[in-house]
Design a protein around this ligand. Sequence first.
Ligand SMILES: [Ca+2]
Ligand SMILES: [Ca+2]
Ligand SMILES: [Ca+2]
Length: 157
Amino acid sequence: MTILQILIIIGLSGLLQSCCPDGWRKGKNSCYFISPRTVSWAEASSICQSFHSELAVINDAEENVLIGKIITNIRGALATNLWIDGSDRMIEGEWYWASTMERFGYKNWAINEPNDQKELEDCLEMYVIGFYWNDNKCDILNHFICEKEYVSFNFSG
Ligand SMILES: [Ca+2]
Ligand SMILES: [Ca+2]
Ligand SMILES: [Ca+2]
């Protein structure tokens, strides 16, 4: 590999690291979009998919903190909590990320949650303050968080 090729690759990777679409916020490995609209969980999920993304999957505490910071920056514009990708609609009490069907690893439940109040709460929201998680009714209207990976560069393409 020549010096020039190495410099080009370094330059491109620098560009790609900041490659989130307009209006999306950069995280560690992902870009995030906080919707100004409030919709049901199912509609939030399909809107994210229309952006070639999914409702946010929170993989660890670091990601929860990072999303909390993004929310804090725009909290004045938010009227509700925020949908993320979790659900227990298939088997009550068995929480999974709907976009991957994987069971939760990291969890950040608020105290006494999930409580499946009136046996009606099967969708996961993040509190707009404190960023803990709560199960809520899937048809209430919330803001929501979409997540997509950075665009990756294919050197063979
Ligand atoms: Ca994630
Ligand atoms: Ca439930
Ligand atoms: Ca609840």
